[in-house]
Design a protein around this ligand. Sequence first.
Ligand code: UD1
Length: 419
Amino acid sequence: MNPFISVRGGNQLHGQIAIGGMKNAALPILFATLLIRGTTQIENIPPVTDIETTLLILKAMGAVVTRLSPTALRINADAAEPDAVPRELTTRLRASSYLLGAGLGRFGRIRTGLPGGCDFGSRPIDLHFRLFSAMGAETRYNANDVEAVAPKGLHGARVRLGFPSVGATVNGILAAVTANGRTVIENAAREPHVVDLAVFLNKCGARVSGAGTPCVTIDGVAELHGCCHRVVPDMIEAGTYLAAVAGTGGRVRLTSVEPRHLGAILDRLNAMGVFTEVGKGCVTAARTSPLLGTDIETLPYPGFPTDMQPQFAPLLSLSSGGGCIWERVWDDRFRYAEELRRMGATVAVKNRCACFRGNDRLIGGKVAATDLRAGAAMLIAGLCAEGTTTVTQPYHIDRGYPDLIQHLHDLGADVARTE
Ligand code: UD1
């Protein structure tokens, strides 16, 4: 039998849980260790399969990884080799594209499989290539792999991105930290994961300034040394639990969060009538009255994150009045709509907009986790539905949420995993 998660809906969520480190910050930091001489200690790494895959890639390349605990490790990539990239593993996650920037910086050449990850329609990496090319590298790709080479080394460049791409900004920073001279990335992504990477690299001796603003400046240095770093809390994991309690009703307190990162998510929850309270490193959400309808527009940070829109979809279905989600980052991120319809939601999707009628009753059924965040959305729908929901393809969810089933169980959900 294929594994699945089953949820019996109807229980309110109550209690407290601690949020882990941000997957999307930990991944670039792990790839960045290729650039570092000596040993680095990284803490608050979420135990999720995307991280495990990344560590397998780095180990296959020759890095030595020592586990200190389930969420902390030491890594030394002094012996890493560019020709040892395990191409099959790199196709399993999007973040493997960071091998290009880190590999160029460390070896002056690198070849990887085509980056995989969630399927939201086309996921080009032309902006990454533009940055590399401006810095003196050549890039090639075919149906199986991507190659970047800089036989004469990398030099600084000034590049304006056509869209504030997280991936391109990260790759540009990785390539530039040990390049010759100054690189300026204009219209850079401002996401907390970009900032955390810069903080980490600066602890290792890099000179990155402006991370978190639309203009990031990187002055290349000759060498980076190890450091100790704690990964920032995961705003999407936190937002997912906030959406869950908004759906079920109840009261949940999240600790180990960075409330500054949650502004756009809390704003939409408040618009839907959910009470929220922010403290130092913690946030509480409670819902005691029916959900109100609202509209949501995803945007680069500090806008509402695209990684949170699927989790709000069941809330809009249940709300009085419904509302629309405008997806401004990806072409095709509403594949979950068909699954929600199976549970009784009325949702119309046209191009990059999904409109939810609202006032729906969700009824348990068999639905698929079509990608990572869509999987979380199906679990939330199941928590709010009448009867039992079976969520298939749970491996998508395991790529990004540590201990999700255990946490939901601890908060009072009737949820179990079947292997
Ligand atoms: C994006 C999200 C990130 C999220 C991740 C997974 C934004 C800005 N980024 O990051 O928060 O964690 O998805 O859901 O919200 N693009 C190009 N050419 C490129 C690179 C990107 O055209 O070379 C376009 C993409 O098609 C997309 C947009 O830019 O429309 C955002 O891409 P990007 O930020 O690079 O994606 P991720 O790094 O995967």
